[in-house]
Design a protein around this ligand. Sequence first.
Ligand SMILES: NC(=O)c1ccc[n+]([C@@H]2O[C@H](COP(=O)([O-])OP(=O)(O)OC[C@H]3O[C@@H](n4cnc5c(N)ncnc54)[C@H](O)[C@@H]3O)[C@@H](O)[C@H]2O)c1
Ligand SMILES: O=P(O)(O)OC[C@@H](O)[C@@H](O)[C@H](O)[C@H](O)CO
Length: 482
Amino acid sequence: MDRLGRAALSTLAAREGATLPPSGWSSQDIGIVHFGIGAFHRAHQAVFTQDAYAATGDDRWGICGVTQRSDAVKRQLAPQDGLYGVLERAVGHTGVKVVGSVREVLFPAEELDAVLARIAAPSTRIVTLTVTEKGYRRDADGRLDVADPIVAADLAGGRPASAVGRLVRGLQARAEGCDLPLTVVCCDNLTDNGTVLRRLVLDFCDAMPQGGDLRDWIESHVTFPCTMVDRIVPATTPDDRELGRQVLGLGDEGLVTAELFKQWVIEDRFSGERPAWELAGAQFTQDVAPYEAMKLRILNGTHSTLAYLGALRGHRTIAESVTDPELVGIARALIADDVIPVLKRPDGEDLEAYGASVLERFANPALAHRTTQIAMDGTQKVPLRLLGTVRDNLALGRQPHAALLGVAAWMAYLASAEGAGGLALPIDDPLADRLESEVRGCSDPARVVDRLLDVHEVFGDDLPGNDAVRGELVEDVARLLR
Ligand SMILES: NC(=O)c1ccc[n+]([C@@H]2O[C@H](COP(=O)([O-])OP(=O)(O)OC[C@H]3O[C@@H](n4cnc5c(N)ncnc54)[C@H](O)[C@@H]3O)[C@@H](O)[C@H]2O)c1
Ligand SMILES: O=P(O)(O)OC[C@@H](O)[C@@H](O)[C@H](O)[C@H](O)CO
């Protein structure tokens, strides 16, 4: 079968369910460099960028995708002239939107100079990132982990391999070259993501030999707006590829799958021009924090809770987990009793309606979002998604039972090699070795809880000493391990 690409596009015009990129897609100049060209970027920021182009015809915002750890996406997209499909799935809807925003893909392990040149180019005005929570290589206090061997090697002046190291070297090339401002937009699920990334970049400069001038240049030329990003984009499955093939009548190795919903709230703090993303539905605001807390705590907190509890019960996907009435009850209690009472309401948002809509989105049976995919990197996610809610409730003198159950479910998941029905529960986490050796296979709930409460990166200094929290976690873990 033929493969998606420029030559095959004309065959798509008559196909029901296929949407073509706007004409002129292939002649866009590159104005955005994106680090971490995984599934999410391709289904989110690249789609907003294409829709903004369709609305304006402003052709300065093509994307240069920079892979991080492998050249897989480059190999997938290069034979397709950068084109790929977003398979959009909802009840009663299956369509493929072909996206042409990604005009180049670079693999920095082999093409570092080209990456640095792209960041330094005057036509580049924006760098965006989706490198996962762990990709920022933060220490227990959220600062750059200068003891991380990859960061340490980057600081020693080798060819940079960390996302922050590569970004800083790119900024250095820009400072020494065109000397024009730049906006760096973090699109990962981190609290205060722009501020966090700016801090890490400045930490890197502070730790570099003679990084002072670069630090000053960054402070005066580069802004780091915060964002809230939302669209459920599970890892693509062979079934998705097959469905994409049926809709397009073409093979597509770069296909990604998503729900119809998408949201992007961006702090209005750009150092220069940008695409008219607002014409594609993005919201610009002075304060992203309430949107970000709403999304991270309601959507992601519930997602992780359903992932851990669901996997323990043998549910393979989130859609399966929300067919389980007991789990839906826990999710509702988490949102209504623990999260919403301690949240600030973002302008124009109804938190109860948002919570209900999240559960409806999770129920989308067409999205095979694996519980074990969401379960990965718990040491990075649990603090952001659940422990803020725990702390805010404790500060009001209230024990947040559902949020603590979510934390206990993470602990029980780590202790159990298998969920019901023999579902394998892999530990995929930057601290996997420690977690495995501390608790995997341990059937003593108190020991599991105590060993995990000792993980400072997750629980900090305050929670391990809280007897009421410990007691409830031990009871919950005991029930879950039974
Ligand atoms: N998928 C979603 O539904 C979704 C929704 C909202 C936000 N996000 C954010 O986007 C991120 C990526 O999601 P995705 O679906 O694209 O995942 P993915 O697995 O498809 O892609 C992950 C990307 O991050 C890079 N990466 C992974 N570990 C890294 C490391 N240690 N250092 C540097 N780069 C690393 C990978 O190389 C890849 O480019 C998430 O972690 C989350 O923060 C995802
Ligand atoms: O992508 P991760 O690994 O950070 O988290 C898994 C999911 O909870 C997440 O991707 C959600 O689907 C997403 O945040 C929805 O916008």
